[in-house]
Design a protein around this ligand. Structure first.
Ligand SMILES: [Zn+2]
Length: 451
């Protein structure tokens, strides 16, 4: 009990924004406040890595996977990486974006776009050392601790004893910690720490750490290419200068280590088939009008209310509980004259045909939806429990095809209510669904049931 209290106090003092300091070169690097254990970092990372392998295309080349592992193992063999005790793994994904990311506890993913844009192996090692430092300093779960605070305690305590997946358990508590939440939007403080520790790892591995700064500089100069990287890893300010300052405090070493396989890796990456449009390998940003903007507005319907982005529009009879909410361009007319939803959410009630519980009622609804759109089918058996405004519900993913043939993802949430089966379907093309999912999550979180 006492221990729990101490954690509560720690978490309360870690509210974002209350701690602002700039790191000085050479200062010690230590993980910040964290409600997760290192074991839990690893468990979460493993679970999220599985999600990543399903969503992206893993490069099918033994040479390339070996190559990235050799560079990674070299960094992982440095004292600061070994002391962390995390088991690092390295996987190359066929994605055009210039990016890489690492999940808590060690799994690291490198996009082919990154290999293409680096000039030498030290630059590649620089990005990998930066990512590895996020893992060692436990930034993913530290940021989650800051963002979610004490809410995490229930999920984490249960996860130790439970047989359920940790991500599932945290999601059930409405914490929505998908793979994305650990890799996107590190704080500037975390960034400057990862730059600094990354330069140590590089130096200890024999790579010239200045190449990390050179690569960031080069990427910043390319404009659009670096957008995703810098949105995940914001520039803490004077990035190159700070790295140079850090290097000055390091013992003098001979640099120039390399595997001598960088050129071959580059040419093998260039020869890979491009991830096809609509393929799992391509993750695109949502179009401009779809991204939420403006103040959210609230809408009352009989028996429930929901909030949605200011630049979206609600369609439907105000007396009916059935509602369609979509951004401009989210609805297109299909060849038979009916409106087809490309982006958006549909909500309402369904009266199941003789179903006895939430699970069978949901299956009945899926069958009903399939009658309306024959391309619609269950994507996997990954049905999970969820709570919406205190009521029990289920969430699962359905797959369909747009008239163009492009795969579409439908996240279906169903809730058992006195009025019948409440449902909300969130729809987006598969290649952009990840970017869209946050808005859906926020809309679902806003649902309040009335009488
Ligand atoms: Zn970073």
């Amino acid at each position: 009990m006492r221990r729990k209290l101490a954690i509560l106090i720690l978490a309360a003092s870690a509210i974002p924004g209350t701690m602002v300091w700039a790191r000085r070169a050479g200062e010690p690097l230590k993980p910040g406040v964290n409600l997760f254990s290192k074991q839990q970092d690893m468990q979460l990372g493993q679970e999220a890595a599985q999600e990543v392998r399903q969503k992206y295309q893993v490069v099918q080349s033994q040479f390339l996977q070996d190559y990235i592992r050799r560079v990674g193992d070299r960094l992982a063999a440095t004292p600061e990486a070994r002391q962390s005790g995390f088991p690092f793994t390295f996987t190359m994904l066929n994605v055009a974006q210039v990016n890489a990311f690492a999940l808590p506890g060690g799994p690291m993913f490198i996009f082919t776009g990154l290999i293409k844009s680096t000039d030498n192996e030290a630059q590649l090692a620089g990005v990998m050392a930066h990512e590895m430092s996020h893992v060692i300093l436990r930034h993913g779960t530290h940021e989650a601790t800051k963002a979610q605070g004490v809410q995490l305690l229930a999920g984490l305590a249960g996860a130790v004893a439970g047989n359920e997946s940790m991500m599932g358990r945290l999601a059930n508590l409405g914490l929505g910690l998908g793979a994305n939440s650990f890799i996107l939007h590190f704080s500037r403080q975390a960034e400057s720490e990862a730059d600094a520790l990354g330069s140590h790892l590089m130096s200890e591995a024999g790579y010239n750490p200045i190449e990390m700064a050179h690569f960031f500089e080069k990427l910043a100069g390319t404009g659009s290419q670096g957008i995703q990287f810098f949105s995940d890893h914001p520039n803490p300010g004077n990035r190159e200068r700070a790295i140079e300052d850090e290097i000055r405090g390091l013992p003098r070493r001979e640099y120039g280590y390399e595997t001598h396989d960088f050129a071959r890796a580059k040419s093998e990456v260039a020869a890979l088939p491009a991830p096809a449009a609509g393929d799992r390998g391509a993750i695109s940003p949502v179009p401009g009008g779809v991204a939420p903007a403006g103040n959210w507005q609230q809408l009352d319907r009989p028996t429930y209310r929901v909030a949605y982005p200011g630049n979206w529009k609600a369609y439907g009879d105000s007396a009916s509980p059935n509602l369609t909410i979509a951004p401009a361009g989210g609805l297109v007319s299909a060849s038979n004259g009916t409106a087809q939803m490309v982006y958006g959410m549909m909500l309402g009630y369904y009266r199941p045909r003789g179903a006895t519980n939430l699970g069978t009622a949901t299956l009945d609804l899926v069958a009903h939806l399939h009658e309306q759109d024959a391309t619609l089918q269950l994507a996997s058996a990954d049905q999970r429990d969820i709570r919406i405004d205190g009521s029990n519900g289920l969430i699962q993913t359905l797959q369909s095809r747009l008239p163009s043939g492009e795969p579409q993802t439908n996240a279906l949430v169903t809730v058992d209510r006195p009025q019948g089966l409440f449902y909300a379907v969130c729809v987006a093309p598969q290649r952009t669904f990840q970017q869209f999912a946050n808005t859906c999550q926020q809309m679902l979180n806003s649902v309040r049931f009335g009488q």
